[in-house]
Design a protein. Structure first.
Length: 184
């Protein structure tokens, strides 16, 4: 199935999605990689507010390259999501609903996705130029000293993504190979 979603999203809006479905995502997406996640954890530990509202948010694990003249963003391919696994459950428990990246997630992230009615979506690795075409606006909103890892607010239109983890425990990295082997 193919779904069109606009952020922010609720658990009810994400409930119909199943691992393997296609999503065209529009609205606001925040960028945050390793160092930004570390700073978010430090801020939360100190009781400080985060640079954006987590409720219903979408976080894209990306460190875009500099844009060329006339472009909004440079190449914007996903980074390996597993590097955020230790921090993602806490953000999900605080309201984050969509994580975007590439690669498998650990058991704690999978449990937090189900517990919170969230999803993990895969962006096509190696296709940073394709992902960048979805970005309409970009604003650095926190920690500019982190360079490409600074937190950015992107406005996206029809960003092409695939559901990897759904709110019901579905995992495309498990179901996909199993379905393939069943046809052999």
């Amino acid at each position: 199935m193919e779904y069109r979603l606009t952020t922010p999203c609720t658990a009810q809006e994400l409930a119909p999605l199943k691992a393997g479905d296609t999503v065209l995502l529009s609205g606001v997406v925040y960028t945050a990689r390793d160092q930004a996640h570390k700073r978010m954890m430090e801020a939360l530990d100190k009781g400080e507010t985060l640079p954006f509202d987590l409720e219903g948010s979408a976080i894209y694990y990306v460190g875009p390259t500099p844009e060329r003249p006339g472009e909004v963003i440079g190449s914007a391919g996903p980074t390996t999501s597993g590097r955020m696994d230790a921090m993602s459950p806490r953000l999900l428990d605080l309201g984050n609903k969509i994580m975007i990246g590439k690669g498998k997630r650990d058991a704690a992230v999978k449990a937090a996705v189900v517990r919170n009615g969230a999803v993990y979506l895969a962006a096509l690795g190696g296709a940073g130029a394709l992902m960048a075409k979805s970005v309409q606006t970009l604003e650095v909103i926190a920690w500019p000293d982190l360079g490409c890892e600074a937190v950015r607010r992107l406005t996206v239109q029809d960003m092409p993504l695939t559901v990897v983890l759904d709110a019901h425990g579905g995992d495309l990295y498990e179901a996909g190979p199993a379905a393939y082997l069943a046809t052999r």
